[in-house]
Design a protein around this ligand. Structure first.
Ligand code: IPE
Ligand code: IPE
Ligand code: MG
Length: 248
């Protein structure tokens, strides 16, 4: 079943960058009568599945929303558990990332992560930095409004110190100041859990992204769901403001 789906994908029209909102861990656990943290732990398997499937098929960038700046407002026990899980998972996965030639990157206000998490992350980024098949980007302590405000400050600073002219501020130079400066905009966004919102994720970068919402909780996400999402993407007509007739 999943092999059939995979073979139906047109490899010449793959999204180069897929962004994902991994949502529904808590509800998945609750449905099973388990604590929310159990859902987060179970979500790691889905992270492995999507990373492996995306790399295998030839996707170049995969960005996963792992922790938003708003997620600090959750109960302290859950936040602690998420940070512990992060360190543990990153340390365990470096070997597999290297084996699969996958480079790890991160976007977000990383300096505000607990020291242990920040160190583990920095080390994994360094240890995988020469890998070339795919870049896996973790959005950690990330929010789009934080990112946009941060870029605006940098640009204002550059103008103030005379390194940049106001006339030089345009969509291109603005993009170059975002955390995703060296990464192309995502062509496809996938969100699980049935929720249909963006939750402060890549607001600038998603301007023309195709959105795909899935009615399943993140821990149930498997390779076939990635294939389904890509096939749906390939059936969309991306017009970028033009008319349908202009595209042919
Ligand atoms: C996504 O699942 C993981 C994080 C936000 C860290 P949730 O924890 O949001 O699970 P739900 O949406 O409450 O079910
Ligand atoms: C978005 O999920 C953030 C992550 C997946 C890390 P949330 O569960 O925090 O989003 P809302 O609260 O439902 O919008
Ligand atoms: Mg959620």
């Amino acid at each position: 079943m999943s092999d059939n789906l995979k073979e139906s994908i047109n490899l010449d029209r793959l999204p180069e960058h897929i962004a994902v909102i991994m949502d529904g861990n808590g509800r998945w656990a609750k449905k099973k009568g388990m604590p929310r943290v159990f859902g987060h732990r179970s979500g790691v398997k889905a992270v492995r599945e999507i990373t492996e499937a995306a790399a295998e098929i030839g996707v170049k960038y995969l960005t996963l929303y792992a922790f938003s700046t708003e997620n600090w407002n959750r109960p302290a026990l859950e936040v602690d558990a998420l940070m512990t899980l992060l360190v543990k998972t990153i340390k365990e996965e470096v070997k597999t990332l290297n084996k699969n030639n996958i480079r790890l990157e991160a976007i977000g206000d990383l300096s505000r992560l607990p020291e242990k998490s920040h160190m583990a992350l920095k080390e994994a980024i360094k240890d995988t930095s020469s890998n070339t098949r795919m870049t896996l980007i973790l959005a950690l302590n990330y929010s789009s409004r934080w990112e946009i405000v941060n870029s605006t400050k940098q640009i204002a600073e550059a103008v103030k110190s005379g390194k940049m002219e106001i006339e030089d501020i345009n969509a291109e130079t603005f993009s170059a100041h975002l955390a995703t400066a060296k990464i192309p905009d995502p062509e496809l966004l996938i969100r699980t859990s049935g929720e249909k919102r963006i939750s402060n994720y890549l607001l600038w970068q998603l301007a023309y992204t195709e959105l795909h919402f899935l009615d399943l909780f993140w821990p149930d996400f498997r390779k076939q769901h990635l294939y389904e999402s890509i096939l749906d993407f390939q059936n969309r007509e991306r017009r970028f403001g033009k008319t349908s007739e202009q595209l042919t």
